[in-house]
Design a protein around this ligand. Sequence first.
Ligand SMILES: *Cc1c(COP(=O)(O)O)cnc(C)c1O
Length: 194
Amino acid sequence: MGAYYPEGFNPVSIMVQTDYVRAVEGGVGEAKTGGNYAASLLGQMEAKRRGFTQVLWLDAKEKRYIEEVGTMNMFFVIGDEVITSPLTGTILPGVTRDSVLQILKKWGTHKVSERMITIDEVVEATEKGTLKEAFGTGTAAIISPVGNIHYKDKTYTVADGMTGQLSQKLYDFILGLQYGKEEDSFGWTERIDL
Ligand SMILES: *Cc1c(COP(=O)(O)O)cnc(C)c1O
């Protein structure tokens, strides 16, 4: 689904939503259910109006912790650590998120963390130059690199607005698995002879 996003496999610009929330603890945020999308529409419209492709949602209680982006789970590469939010019940436990975690653990090239990460940590890392890449994961786009993050009237550029190395490598590898071009040591693919 290369054309899922207007940018194709190119970095998207995302806007951190500081007014509205998508899901709350005790709600249905972890299910792929229509109501979750209803709650996200106003924020999404606002982002689009301001020239951003997707909304980055923060937790409903403190509005500090990264939850997810639109219909993707979110990953940040800070130094040699790859970070994604833990499954706390308010984000969707994406299949692609799980695949990326398993692939990264097998490759062993990065420290892989499922931990809470605040928007302040991300902003600080962009300012210090330690934020190397940011990308979303989801079935439709597989990997969607993030080139800009807009937060509180400031836009932070990630990886010079380009597709990062790890984003590209993960995208190529997962697409390769799907097409049978990469050897599947995970047992995820099944051959169907017609
Ligand atoms: C579908 C979806 C994802 C990604 O899940 P995949 O199983 O990887 O496709 C992430 N967040 C939300 C809100 C979604 O609806």
